[in-house]
Unconditional design. Structure first.
Length: 203
């Protein structure tokens, strides 16, 4: 379960790279990753059912692993649940894909509106979840060396999310901001997952 924090992000990154390579004219610089899985777009099923959904399941397993391995106290439990919610959110946005081409603002299908609303909620949940876990790690001997990195990861990801949202006025660097945002949280997930895995293996 803990290694879902490694496997999920790697699978999602690989699927994104493959689907983008199969889409002529697709730009990693200016376009959302979700556009690769948009309804009726080329290779949408590959992006959604080999990328979003299984990767989300693996990340949700990381969240459940945190729940099982951290103290059953308010802060670590809340943070772990929020990480699991991010994974569940990825599953939801894989099922409810956005429209192709991307509509403006709140226009488009019900699936598109669900996709956009859940995307924002899952982004906020993972940022808050990582921050809360960072605060709780400071008081846990086996996690203390990761507390500052964890807090900084949440703050960096928040800054990148703000940059991402602001970029949607022109879509000049939207793709870059989104990928940097995901990199900041995926890297943390991989480190947290390996930390749990190694701790369990050494018992």
């Amino acid at each position: 379960m803990a290694l879902g924090g490694v496997a999920g992000p790697l699978l999602f990154t690989l699927t994104t790279a493959i689907c983008a390579g199969l889409r002529p004219g697709y730009s990693h610089i200016s376009q959302f990753i979700s556009e690769l899985g948009a309804t009726d777009s080329p290779n949408a099923h590959l992006m959604n059912f080999a990328g979003f959904i299984p990767a989300g399941l693996m990340i949700a397993l990381l969240g459940f692993s945190l729940i099982l391995n951290l103290p059953r106290k308010f802060l670590p439990l809340t943070g772990s649940v929020l990480i699991a919610m991010f994974g569940i959110g990825m599953i939801v946005v894989g099922i409810f894909s956005n429209d192709f081409p991307e509509p403006h603002e709140d226009a488009g299908s019900l699936s598109n509106r669900i996709h956009d609303q859940v995307s924002l909620l899952m982004f906020l949940s993972v940022i808050i979840g990582i921050f809360i876990l960072g605060i709780s790690f400071r008081k846990l001997p086996s996690w203390r060396r990761l507390w500052l990195y964890t807090v900084l990861s949440s703050l960096v990801s928040l800054g990148l999310l703000v940059a991402l949202i602001n970029s949607t006025q022109t879509f000049t660097y939207t793709g870059i901001w989104q990928r940097l945002f995901l990199l900041s949280i995926f890297l943390w997930m991989g480190i947290a997952g390996l930390h749990i895995f190694n701790a369990q293996r050494n018992k």
